[in-house]
Design a protein around this ligand. Structure first.
Ligand code: MG
Length: 285
């Protein structure tokens, strides 16, 4: 087993929106030693973390801020009224898992231009704080020695991912990032199988039952956790922050198939996490 990294692979990022005082805190500087992959050693034990609405709470209302920007983008660029824009946005989100996917496929929208007007235009500084509790929770898991690596896995473009983790102060806890490459066509995003296969390639995991059984994945999206589960990732955690969402998930006909009783006792099923700081306990640390 080798553990060498090529220097060109390292991704570092210092958030220019933060003051030098803010940037002095641990974890503000992003340092991803294996960048966008590959991890040099094969079949490690990896904890994959989704970012948006998973490492920060929905009460930040970043999702809503994003919806406003996306809505405006649909209206302006496709010449739609509010109702038409809403409808199309929802249709694309449900069909592709990402509104942008529908824009690129059906309207030849330049995805990077879209990204600059939507994700990169969000005033994250206003809503994302240095999160010491999150940092300590992740550090507790990291320091347990149970995992070889922490890896980020997002449907956002890379800029957004780097900004978010620097604002949160956790930029030093992960070795790399799989992001949604908006410069490619068609766009490959979660929950598509190709997205996960690409992620396994970047993290040097064989697409093999025994290897995947060993891996951990947390996400707030029902579509994504079900896709990860179907692919054979052995430890899938669904972060469900809002009680009413949990009730909706429980009411679905396939609930038992994916979640068992929903009491997290069946280790072959998806586990549900409702309070992020309880993650160490949920994974039996
Ligand atoms: Mg998410």
């Amino acid at each position: 087993m080798t553990n060498e990294k090529s220097p060109s692979q390292v991704i570092t990022y210092i958030n220019p929106e933060l003051t030098s005082q803010e940037n002095a805190k641990p974890g503000r500087h992003v340092n991803l030693p294996f960048g966008y992959g590959p991890i040099p050693d094969k079949n490690s034990k990896i904890f994959f973390f989704d970012i948006d609405n998973c490492l920060y709470q929905r009460s930040t209302r970043i999702f809503e801020m994003m919806q406003v920007k996306i809505h405006d983008y649909f209206k302006t660029n496709l010449n739609l009224n509010d109702e038409e824009a809403n409808k199309l946005h929802l249709t694309y989100y449900k069909t592709y898992g990402l509104a942008l996917e529908g824009l690129v496929r059906n309207h030849e929208i330049n995805a990077l231009e879209y990204n600059s007007k939507v994700d990169d235009a969000l005033d994250l500084h206003k809503v994302l704080r240095y999160d010491i509790e999150l940092r300590n929770t992740l550090l507790e898991i990291k320091q347990s020695g149970k995992f070889d690596y922490f890896w980020l896995i997002t449907n956002a473009y890379k800029n957004h991912a780097l900004r978010v983790i620097s604002f949160l102060g956790i930029g030093d806890l992960f070795v790399g990032l799989t992001y949604c490459d908006y410069s490619k066509y068609p766009i490959i995003c979660k929950p598509m199988k190709e997205y996960f296969l690409n992620c396994f390639e970047q993290t040097n995991l064989e697409y093999d039952k025994e290897v995947l059984e060993n891996q951990y994945f947390i996400d707030d999206s029902e579509l994504n956790v079900k896709a990860a589960f179907n692919l054979g990732i052995g430890n899938v955690i669904h972060y469900v922050e809002v009680e009413s969402d949990l009730e909706k998930i429980k009411a679905k006909p396939d609930f038992e198939e994916y979640y068992g009783n929903g009491d997290n006792k069946d280790h072959s099923k998806i586990k549900i996490l409702t309070v992020f700081k309880n993650l160490p306990k949920l994974i039996d640390l």
